[in-house]
Design a protein around this ligand. Structure first.
Ligand code: GLN
Length: 447
């Protein structure tokens, strides 16, 4: 813990953390040390982790990187925090992120952007940018993020590390600040497949506080990792033909396809007819759910209340106007719009139907193939400040991550080398629901 605290102290300019739990971490480390000596320590003893600042940890502040949660302290721990602590993980900090997870560059944080350790003029990715940089720069051993539309996988890819989004229904969302509840999933960000597997197995499994969890056994993912036999892999043709994909991303994909074929796997191109609908469908649904989830921040129940409020209505109006950032407001407005009478059928109900089509098509591909291989992002980490100009361009860059989010499928982003400027590139594998073991096995030998 002291080693990581020193690393944190020398890297504060990266802005990866909203708060470092220095004394707490040192105290837990001493307790874990005692249990190690007594031979009673848990599976994660010695693992120092950082958590995204939208994960509740009893007695600690949690802000979702929003002003609206200013001064708010969690009164209970999320299920995942309880499980991590029960296995003797040490939680060292809460990580910067895009406000309520809304973003893809960590530039929508009330606490300012996070810098990429590989090139400090570039973004960390988002929304779990702080979590990714914390691991990338060696400020903790592993981190926990949340992934609604790619927020674990995309920053992991920009930072050259591993990000796993488990199947929807695998990990409890109890005590995770909601963004879009039918998409939100917790996921580990690590440097090794084994660590991702271990953290997944500790956090996964049924929970009486989250009824969306599947009642299926959680394998000992880490222990079970084994070399897989020959697999059938589909890659998305458009990833190579689309002008919007960076040439280095394309050549990396080609390189891995060749390598997989040389290793005896079957790799074939597929076309995904709904590709153009993936991003609009995701954003309509995510914004609708967000507008509903964020209605609880009313200046009364949580955090920030405007000092200028004079009555109930002005408490709502002023607290929300002053407390939420620009992107969050944009999404609340768009989400409210697509849910409003007269537009509900045209946008929200339609998007639900398209979501079903995307799910069915993806499932049918995964009946024939074991994995879908696609880039994690169409380009490496862009320069800081670029996104400000155009939110729609930023939304479109989620093209490769939101398929797994819409369908609930598990997906992992794996480091796939650097481009000529030294910027990390990532490739992503998707598989069938609840087949994380196969995903991890393949990832381990695919790396
Ligand atoms: N970039 C996507 C969005 O802004 C995904 C964010 C996330 O996964 N939390 O919605």
């Amino acid at each position: 813990v002291k080693g990581y605290l020193n690393k944190i102290a020398s890297n504060t300019h990266l802005n990866a953390f909203n708060e470092v739990f220095e004394n707490d971490a040192l105290e837990s480390a001493r307790n874990v040390d005692l249990r190690i000596q007594q031979g009673t320590a848990g599976k994660l003893a010695g693992m120092v982790i950082a958590i995204k600042d939208n994960i509740c940890y009893k007695g600690h502040k949690v802000s979702a990187s929003s002003k609206i949660l200013e001064g708010f302290t969690s009164i209970y721990s999320s299920t995942i925090v309880e499980r991590l602590l029960a296995e003797d993980a040490v939680i060292i900090a809460r990580c910067n992120c895009d406000e309520f997870g809304m973003g893809a560059s960590n530039e929508n944080s009330h606490f300012g952007p996070v810098k990429n350790f590989a090139d400090e003029t570039r973004v960390a990715g988002g929304s779990s940018g702080g979590s990714a940089v914390a691991v990338q720069a060696g400020m903790c051993h592993a981190a926990i993020g949340t992934d609604t539309g790619g927020s674990v996988r995309q920053p992991a890819s920009f930072c050259g590390i591993i990000g796993l989004k488990p199947t929807y229904g695998r990990i409890s969302r109890h005590g995770i600040i909601a963004y879009a509840s039918s998409f939100d999933q917790v996921g580990p960000i690590t440097k090794s497949v084994e660590d991702a597997a271990l953290l997944l197995e500790v956090m996964a499994g049924t929970d009486e506080y989250d009824s969306t969890l599947a009642n299926i056994t959680v394998p000992a993912f880490a222990e079970n990792i084994k070399k897989p036999g020959p697999k059938k892999i589909a890659y998305l043709q458009e990833a190579l033909s689309s002008p919007g994909v960076d040439p280095d991303v394309k050549s990396t994909l080609v390189e891995y396809i060749d390598k997989l074929r040389a290793d005896g796997h079957t790799v074939k191109p597929i076309a995904f007819e709904y590709l153009d609908y993936i991003v609009p469908t995701y954003y309509i649904l995510a914004m609708a759910e967000a507008s509903s989830n964020l209605s609880r921040y009313d200046g009364v129940h949580y955090g920030y209340r405007s000092p200028a409020a004079t009555d109930l209505v002005s408490t709502y109006k002023k607290s929300r106007s002053e407390g939420f950032g620009k992107e969050v407001k944009r999404r609340i407005m768009l989400g409210t719009f697509v849910l409003s009478a007269g537009y509900y059928d045209a946008y929200f109900a339609k998007a639900q139907k398209v979501r079903r089509l995307i799910r069915e098509k993806t499932d049918s591909i995964l009946k024939e193939y074991d994995f879908i291989l696609i880039p994690t992002a169409p380009e490496p980490a862009p320069p800081l400040g670029k996104k400000e100009k155009d939110p729609v361009t930023t939304y479109l860059a989620d093209i490769f991550t939101v398929q797994a989010s819409l369908t609930g499928a598990p997906a992992i982003s794996l480091p796939a080398g650097n481009n000529s400027k030294g910027l990390p590139l990532g490739l992503q594998l998707l598989t069938r629901h609840f087949e994380e073991q196969e995903l991890l096995d393949f990832s381990k030998y695919f790396l």
